[in-house]
Design a binder for this molecule. Structure first.
Ligand code: ZN
Length: 110
């Protein structure tokens, strides 16, 4: 006797996708915070190394909190939703030291 596959809970799917995006955003924030601690071009002029290290620590903690929330929802759902709506829009890192970021190349101010 074959059973039909259970329909996924749409609210849980949407919640899991939202948690995935929140995790990716936190991951990007953490990567940028780490980068700022080691890049002279990207380091905010008014921030001390202690400030930057503290911000990177907080960003990592938030990233881990969101990763755990996403993992728990994926476990409850039984799979990781992929496809439309699960990826962040493409966005340049916006780092002046990034050779792949050519958004400033049109400027001839100096
Ligand atoms: Zn940089």
């Amino acid at each position: 006797m074959a059973q039909s596959p259970r329909q996924p809970d749409e609210k849980l799917v949407a919640h899991t996708i939202g948690a995935h995006l929140a995790y990716l955003e936190a991951l990007i924030t953490w990567e940028r915070a780490l980068h700022a601690t080691s890049c002279d071009l990207c380091r905010p002029r008014n921030a001390s190394m202690d400030d930057l290290a503290r911000f990177a620590e907080q960003a990592e903690a938030e990233k881990e909190r969101r990763r755990a929330a996403f993992r728990d929802l994926s476990t409850e759902l039984g799979y990781v939703p992929i496809g439309e709506g699960t990826a962040l829009p493409a966005e340049p890192l916006g780092c002046p030291c990034d050779p792949l970021d050519s958004t400033e190349s049109g400027s001839s101010a100096s």
